[in-house]
Every structure is written in structure tokens, then in C-alpha cells.
Design a protein around this ligand. Structure first.
Ligand code: PLP
Length: 444
């Protein structure tokens, strides 16, 4: 058993208590004020029901779960070193391996002397011209009139959803959408939008709601981040469009890997983004930093006035804007085809192997393949077992997924080798034999 987890987790209460005790061989800490500071607040927060349950769970499973890891070293071929153990990393969203690409490195390096590491001003005041170049290149890649860059998808969702769903507007949100979509929706509701969270993205339900309201906004993920599956975007678009509504699609995991030249799940389903605000990630397949939303120049002007995270938040640093431009060039070049072919080959290799092993999994058009495990403890144990066999994949548990539907979330990358995927399959086979991963029910 390695020591992973112990370095980062430990019990909160033990840490609090330990801070008050004199360190071994050290000088005793002063009594009174030293105990004050942030400790009473921490203790009060840790007594909240959900926090207490989570802390107890983490404490009783220390050494089993692999949360909050610190990585000591990485390599081009996706090995990571954690607490002295080297494992193959299947937990990276850099699906195309562009985080290790020489053109991305060079773009960052070349931008530094001219622009520095950061420009340190809200975009509402000023921006380096690189942002304009990045937004144009993104628009050209996607075949849309314009795009609008944010520092993260979370900030885009929190800034844009309240901006497009105002007082009295209908805002329908798919329950399986990312947490940041829900956070943006809660802000919109606080501002007077009529929020309805639907349990499944049923086009008939959506059509009925939009018909009654005479329009509105449907907010939904393009690729569900835990399972990798895609909702029925074409049918939903028909339902929304018929009644004068628009779709807001958080396509963080589809960006760069789904559809023609990686234009995402909405573009793949609809062939156009003319009635969609697509939010793409610049941090996952792009391997840079930030997010964008597709729009028109006129809508962008309005969104700049209405989006609080644009007005009051910071920018994407200039070297990363240069890197975004370099990645757009890669996406439009023949090299993209080679990267995507490698990613698809590894993904097919993985799913074919899972089928052979009789393992149940979710997948879709993106690069996430999620193995179905079960309750929280089993899911942590499966992740731990995989780690001990030299492979890391994320254990996705409640509340990210339903309570007994934990997943081993495997992120396939173009720079995984065929031998690495074979090794992962061997390890997963071992876990099936040891009972850590259940076999698919229908499998013999
Ligand atoms: C669907 C979705 N939206 C938003 C985010 C958050 O993105 P960011 O880290 O850019 O805020 C994620 C992160 O994984 C995601 O999967």
C-alpha cells in the first residue's frame, strides 16, 4: 500500500487539534489568541451536516480514495509521479495531448517578451489586441460570426446565464448539466428568471414548456462531464426553435474532439450554431486557459454590458491568448486529423477491450469512457486498485453522479500509446477477477 492520500487528507479535527498542540520538540504555541483566528469558523463549518458527513467519510477512507492528489512529476507520454509511485495518467482533460505540443510551448514563449506574464486589468477597461485575434480565430474555426472569451467555463456560465435569462424569462436547465450551469441558473433565478430544472432532457417536455412561455433559454451540457454521453441536441433544438427559444450549450468536453474539426457536440448535431450559444473550453482539448461563447458582434456588445464576470473579473493572460491562436491553427491543419485519429484509435481500443472483459461503461462521441462500478466505497476501492496496478483514473462519486452509480472515469488522450491502453485493460481485467469491478449483467 502506498501513502497516497495521507499527505493531502488527514482529519480536519486532528489538524486543528495538532495546530494547538506543541509540535514535537518545538516551542509550545501561545494559548488564547492562537486558538482564535480562523479555527472557530473552521470548526463551525465542519459541523454542518453535509460537511461533517464528507469529512467523516474522507477520514474513514483515508488511503482508499485518491482525492486532492499532489503530482510531483509528469511526462510527455502521460506518466505521473505521486508520492514516489509512477502511474499512467488517465485523468487528464488534455485529450489531444496539446499540453505537450511544441507549437503551444513556442506560442507561450514568444508572447512573453512582448506582453509579459499578465496584463492585470479587467477586460471592461482594456485588453491586449491578442484577445481580438483569438476571438476572430475561434470564430473562423467554428464558422460563426463572433466569439467572446472568458477566463474559464465556470466564469462564462456564471456571467452569461443571468445575462441571457432576465426577469420573467423562462430558463429550463437539464439536471445533469455541470454544477457551474446550475450556479449561473441560480443567479438568474435570484434576478427574477423563471427557472425550471428538468430531470431528463425530454424534447416533448421542453417543447411544452417553451410553447407555454412563448420562448426562453434551455441550458444544457453538450457532453455530460461524468459519463461522456450527449443529450438529444437535434431534437431539443427543434423543440426550442419552434417556439422562438435558444439553446445555451456548455460543450466543455466536446470542444476540440467532437464533430467536424472538433467544433463540438452542438455543431455535430445541428450542422450550425445559428440558434445556439455554444460555450467551449479553452482548457481541456485546447490545453490553454479559458472559455468562449459563440455569438454575433451585436450580441457580444450586449453581453459585455450584461455579464458581471466580464465586467468585474480578470482576463486570460496574453501568453495563453497566443497559445489559443496556435491551437486554432492546429485545428485547421492536417495535423489535427492525425491527432484526432490517434485519439479515436485509443478510444476504440479501450471500448473494444471493455466489451471483451464484459465491463459495463458509458461512452459517447467525446474522449470520456466511464466504467460503471457502484456505491461510493466500491468506486473508491476500484480507483485505488487501479492505482496500485500502475494506472490512475478518477473515481466519480456522489454528488457528481447519483448515490449508487459511481464511475471510474477514464479520459483517453491522443498521446496514450496502444501499449498503455493494453496495460490499463489488463489492470481492469484483474479488478473484474478480484470483484472490484462488476461484470455487465448480460455478460456470461
Ligand atoms: C461541462 C463542464 N462545464 C464547466 C466546467 C468547468 O470548467 P472551467 O474549469 O473552465 O471552469 C467543466 C469542468 O470540468 C465541465 O466539465
Amino acid at each position: 500500500m502506498t501513502k497516497v492520500g495521507q499527505r493531502t487528507v488527514g482529519t480536519l479535527m486532528a489538524r486543528l487539534t495538532g495546530r494547538r498542540r506543541a509540535p514535537a520538540g518545538g516551542r509550545p504555541q501561545p494559548a488564547g489568541p492562537a486558538v482564535q483566528g480562523l479555527d472557530p469558523l473552521t470548526e463551525r463549518l465542519s459541523r454542518h451536516k453535509v460537511t461533517r458527513i464528507a469529512l467523516n467519510f474522507l477520514d474513514s477512507n483515508a488511503g482508499l480514495h485518491l482525492k486532492d492528489l499532489l503530482i510531483d512529476a509528469t511526462s510527455d507520454d502521460r506518466r505521473i509521479e505521486v508520492d514516489g509511485q509512477t502511474v499512467w495518467n488517465f485523468g487528464s482533460d488534455s485529450f489531444l495531448g496539446l499540453d505537450r505540443h511544441p507549437r503551444v510551448y513556442e506560442a507561450i514563449r514568444a508572447a512573453l517578451p512582448a506582453w509579459g506574464a499578465h496584463n492585470g486589468a479587467s477586460r471592461a477597461f482594456s485588453s491586449p489586441v491578442l484577445v481580438d485575434e483569438a476571438e476572430r480565430k475561434l470564430a473562423a474555426w467554428l464558422g460563426v460570426a463572433d466569439t467572446f472569451v472568458f477566463p474559464s467555463v465556470t466564469l462564462a456560465n456564471i456571467g452569461l446565464i443571468p445575462a441571457i435569462a432576465g426577469p420573467g424569462d423562462l430558463l429550463v436547465v437539464d439536471r445533469e448539466s455541470h454544477d457551474s450551469v446550475h450556479q449561473g441558473a441560480r443567479l438568474a433565478a435570484a434576478g427574477g428568471a423563471r427557472l425550471e430544472v428538468i430531470p431528463t432532457p425530454d424534447p416533448d417536455v421542453v417543447a411544452e414548456r417553451f410553447a407555454r412561455a412563448g420562448g426562453g433559454v434551455l441550458a444544457i451540457d453538450g457532453v455530460y462531464s461524468m459519463s461522456g454521453r450527449t443529450p438529444p441536441l437535434a431534437e431539443l433544438d427543434t423543440a426550442v426553435r419552434r417556439h422562438g427559444g435558444v439553446m445555451y450549450v456548455d460543450d466543455a468536453h466536446g470542444t476540440g474532439v467532437v464533430g467536424d474539426r472538433g467544433r463540438g457536440a452542438a455543431h455535430a448535431a445541428l450542422g450550425t450554431l445559428d440558434n445556439v450559444l455554444m460555450v467551449g473550453s479553452l482548457s481541456k482539448a485546447f490545453s490553454c486557459l479559458g472559455a468562449f461563447v459563440t455569438c454575433t458582434p451585436e450580441l457580444k456588445t450586449v453581453l459585455k454590458i450584461k455579464s458581471s464576470t466580464f465586467i468585474f473579473g480578470g482576463p486570460v493572460p496574453p501568453p495563453y491568448l497566443a497559445a489559443i491562436c496556435a491551437v486554432c491553427d492546429i485545428f485547421m491543419s492536417p495535423e489535427y486529423d492525425a491527432l484526432l485519429a490517434a485519439l479515436r484509435a485509443r478510444t476504440r481500443q479501450l471500448t473494444a477491450g471493455l466489451d471483451r472483459l464484459g465491463i459495463a461503461y458509458h461512452d459517447g462521441q467525446a474522449a470520456i469512457v466511464s466504467v460503471l462500478v457502484g456505491d461510493i466505497e466500491k468506486t473508491f476501492a476500484a480507483g485505488r486498485g487501479l492505482f496500485d496496478r500502475g494506472y490512475y483514473a478518477q473515481s466519480a462519486t456522489y454528488p457528481a453522479v447519483p448515490i449508487n452509480a459511481g464511475l471510474l472515469r477514464i479520459q483517453v488522450n491522443a498521446n496514450h500509446s496502444a501499449a498503455t491502453v493494453d496495460g490499463l485493460l489488463d489492470a481492469l481485467g484483474d479488478l473484474v477477477r478480484s470483484g472490484h469491478i462488476p461484470k455487465r449483467r448480460s455478460a456470461s
